[in-house]
Design a binder for this molecule. Structure first.
Ligand code: IVH
Length: 673
């Protein structure tokens, strides 16, 4: 690279190679060799160098994994080879029909089949040019799809660059499925629910929705995985699909570990039956197996009819769907008051368990499917995901069934329900709604919030039903009722004392945890930390306007609106006041800052365009960082403005991390002073 010190170029290459290697160990082999901190350090080093020498940035750099500028619309791309769909078979007989058809079209040839799991996700086509990932595209209508390369680059199981001994493989197309593991999906949904966000219906929908997000930064936070199932090279004739899977693995992709090369259709059927029984042992959902004629030559001879190839078949499993009657639609009230409609069903046996309730998600879902009381519906269950109503059999609808009208009052407390613009769920805004009270207290006591051991579901239930606690502030008056608590059945003095001790200790919890524990809609643990970093006390946060909140990088209009609304409510203010009097911490601890720059020392050089020196200093200190006046080896970051002076030279020599103004702004999350 012209004009750049070759040592820097080498350093960048070395960092990339190391990061790629660790990505592979971590994401593909699941055998990390270094800690997260060490990994982050390497990544930050590379980011700093790329910020300083943008000429060195390449599309395959591991820094692209962290997301980039949002796209407005995805460009359309035409697939070189159409992405077809598969013909389905549901029975042994239909699988044998497929075998007979193939053999009659290829008489006297020896035929082998590769059987693979049929991943229940979203198909994706990847193009590599000279080993570099240049395109990631959705299937679309099979002929044309969307160019979602920026999002695809964030998926860690997709190599951004291929290493191969055979260079002909470096120009190729790889197809596969983007999926989400069930446990990742459930964890993500739990977090979304905690933050009062809309939950996803199943892993497939969430994978599909995520790939279409316009902000690749959000995509990085979603646990997507890619399983490769097809390889095509224009420069090399490939001989066996089964071998291609091994090649894909060598190229750094994850493939179906259980793929099997079968000589007879009996072996295929055995594989199909085996995986039908074992599907729940897998960490992800499958809905069958895919049978493929193994030889690409034979595949070509067989060709395709309509939209599916003759050489392949989806052998599906018996679906875990069942038909039943919907008796009633009930509303459930969650912790932050979110209302979820639930179907009360005539019990039906489904995939090993009896199901009598299923989620209906929200008003729009019910309206879209036109679900009515008394309808005969289809319920589905996948893996261990909650059952859901997926269709209505309109022919079986009772004549007197009327469209469902979403109730406007909370079923628990009778308060008027509210549905905000752009939100899917109604919510009950009454902080003292009895159903919410229990859940709020549980959330307050939750390990990630105020962490009060001994204040679990059963105890909360008791405290609320015996009228010891109507809200979280009442917890801090419990000590006054110690004698009465000790008299309660099956509650000895020791356990009461333990509970009171736990409540007392919770007063030490830092401000950001308190903010999270308050259970403000859309304020999860991460947002609470951001708020605490930017508004150093609850009094400042209370006064913050919608605009001031939105000026914080991570805070969008929905979160801002919810916060403003929360602090407008007199009852909330009363509770906060009581908690303040009880000694709960509603201010950032300045000495031991917990901000995201905590523990770091900064030096400023040159003039910044959006901040004065003083303002920049204040912003750093607010986030827990320290500002020093000269560069030394104790300095972590040098912030470079215009016309940077000798400090820059010195910092470079010492290998200190460098931030330009753009980077500084993105780190502190503020665009103006
Ligand atoms: S091969 C000609 N292999 O199933 C189509 N597809 O119904 C070749 N799928 O859109 C596809 N697992 O998204 C193939 N092991 C697998 C698969 C698989 C899931 C999906 C794929 C495709 C759909 C076809």
């Amino acid at each position: 690279m012209k004009g750049i010190d070759p040592a820097i170029v080498r350093k960048v290459e070395k960092l990339r190679k190391e990061l790629r290697h660790h990505d592979y160990l971590y994401y593909v082999l699941a055998e990390p060799k270094i800690s997260d901190e060490e990994y982050d350090k390497l990544m930050r080093e590379l980011q700093a160098l790329e910020a300083q020498y943008p000429e060195l940035i390449t599309p395959d750099s591991p820094t692209h994994r962290v997301g980039g500028v949002p796209t407005k619309e995805f460009p359309t791309v035409t697939h070189d080879v159409p992405m077809l769909s598969l013909a389905n078979a549901y029975s042994e007989e239909e699988i044998r029909d497929f075998d007979r058809r193939v053999r009659s079209l290829l008489p006297r040839e020896s035929i082998k089949f590769t059987c693979e799991l049929k991943f229940d996700g979203v198909s994706l086509s990847l193009r590599y040019t000279e080993g570099i990932l240049t395109l990631g595209a959705t299937r679309g209508d099979g002929t044309q799809g969307d160019d979602i390369t920026n999002n695809v680059r964030t998926i860690r199981t997709i190599p951004l660059r291929l290493e191969a001994s055979d260079s002909a493989l470096l120009d190729c197309e790889v197809r596969g499925e983007v999926i989400m593991f069930r446990k990742d999906f459930e964890k993500m949904n739990q977090e979304r629910e905690r933050a009062g966000e809309k939950v996803f219906i199943n892993p497939r929908n969430s994978a599909a929705g995520t790939l279409k997000l316009q902000d690749s930064k959000i995509v990085t936070t979603r646990p997507l995985k890619f399983y490769a199932y097809a390889l095509r090279s224009e420069r090399k004739k490939l001989k066996s699909h089964y071998e291609n899977l091994q090649t894909l693995k060598k190229l750094g992709f994850v493939v179906d570990e259980h793929a099997k090369l079968c000589n007879t259709i009996d072996d295929v059927i055995e594989h199909w039956k085996r995986w039908e029984g074992k599907r729940d042992e897998l960490p992800f959902d499958i809905d069958g197996i895919v049978v493929k004629v193994d030889s690409p030559d034979q595949q070509e001879k067989l060709g395709a009819i309509a939209k599916s190839p003759r050489w392949s078949l989806a052998a599906k499993f018996a679906s875990r769907k069942a038909e039943t009657k919907l008796r009633e639609i009930r509303l459930q009230v969650g912790r932050v008051g979110t209302i979820t409609p639930v179907a009360d069903l005539e019990p039906v046996f489904l995939g090993g368990t009896t199901v009598s309730r299923a989620s209906l998600y929200n008003e729009d879902y019910i309206r879209e499917l036109d679900i009515r009381k008394g309808d005969t519906v289809i319920v589905e269950r996948g893996g261990d995901v909650i059952p859901k109503v997926t269709a209505v059999i309109k022919e079986k609808r009772p004549r007197n069934a009327t469209p469902f009208v979403f109730p406007k009052k909370c079923p628990e407390c009778g308060s008027q329900l509210i549905r905000m613009q752009d939100e899917a769920n109604y919510f009950c805004d009454n902080y003292e709604c009895p159903k919410q009270v229990r859940e709020r207290i549980e959330h307050w006591a939750y390990r990630g919030a105020m962490d009060i051991p001994g204040l679990g579901e059963a105890i909360v239930d008791r405290l609320v039903s015996e009228k010891f606690a109507k809200n979280i502030a009442d917890l801090y008056d419990l000590h006054k009722h110690k004698a009465k608590l000790c008299e309660l059945e099956r509650w000895g003095e020791k356990s009461v004392q333990n509970l009171l001790d736990g409540i007392e200790t919770s007063k030490q919890k830092p401000y950001h945890r308190v903010l999270y524990a308050l259970g403000i809609r859309h304020v999860g643990a991460g947002v609470a930390q951001v708020l605490a970093d930017h508004f150093s006390s609850i009094d400042k946060l209370k006064k913050a306007t919608q605009e001031e909140l939105e000026a914080v990088y991570e805070i969008g209009p929905k979160i801002a609106e919810s916060i403003v609304r929360f602090f407008k409510n007199r009852k909330h203010l009363e509770i906060i006041h009581r908690l303040q009097n009880a000694g709960i911490r509603f201010e950032s601890d300045k000495k031991k800052a917990s901000g995201k720059l905590a523990g770091k020392t900064f030096v400023l050089t040159g003039a910044l365009t959006t901040f004065t020196r003083e303002q920049a200093k204040e912003a750093i200190e607010l986030l827990g960082g320290r500002v020093a006046s000269s560069v030394s080896k104790n300095v972590d970051v040098l912030i470079i403005g215009e016309e940077a002076g000798s400090k820059l030279e010195k910092a470079k020599k010492l290998g200190i991390e460098l931030w330009d103004e753009k980077k500084f702004i993105s780190m502190i999350g503020k665009t103006k002073a």
